[in-house]
Write a protein that binds this ligand. Sequence first.
Ligand SMILES: O=C(CO)[C@H](O)[C@H](O)COP(=O)(O)O
Length: 230
Amino acid sequence: MKSTGGSDAAKRRAGEAAAEQVTDGMAVGLGTGSTAAHAIDALGRAVDAGLDIVGVPTSFASRQCAIDRGIPIADLDEVDGLDIAIDGADQIVAESGDCIKGGGAAHTREKIVAAASEELLIVVDPTKVAETLDHTVAIEVIPAARTGVEAAVEGLDGTPTLRQASDKDGPVITDNGNLVVDADFGSIDDSAGLAASLSQVPGVVEHGLFVDYTSAVYIGSEDGVSETRY
Ligand SMILES: O=C(CO)[C@H](O)[C@H](O)COP(=O)(O)O
């Protein structure tokens, strides 16, 4: 899986620490990205050693990752809720746990899985931690609504950019068949207000602002990992 941001060792420590919270009989949401992949790796090793869990992937990529590691998987409608979801973030405010996700264009399913879970454990390296959210906000958009959503983002004092896979391949298409508009709002002082405004725009499937979702954050570093609970 493509790596972003900080060191792989820091990401691995965060992913492994979160995976240690998983116990026998749990249904576990499997997040997307290079840090969440370390948690899936650790869960795969635990399953090999006898841990009895079922994983609910948040993307094509995390589904494949779980299959490769021998983790039994199910769709969300096949389990009776989730005990824990483990996922990465593009940026997180350590004080509140509010974060921005969607760098892998998987934030819609990630949010659905997080909402179905008793706990959301966010795993990051220190480069993701900020005092105020100012990362671009990924917005999954139904293709026919793109120009309207871009205008709405501008109306909210943001700058929209359609996410491109590459010049050659054209726009990113999500696992749900939609486009992604990345919106730059600068420093986000009222994340709950912005989240509510974006949710109201016709054609917005989901945005990457996760306000009041996080149960704990695991921040891996070169020499250890810290846990903050909310
Ligand atoms: O939200 C996500 C995918 O939609 C990822 O969790 C987020 O982009 C972090 O990825 P990484 O751990 O590779 O930096």
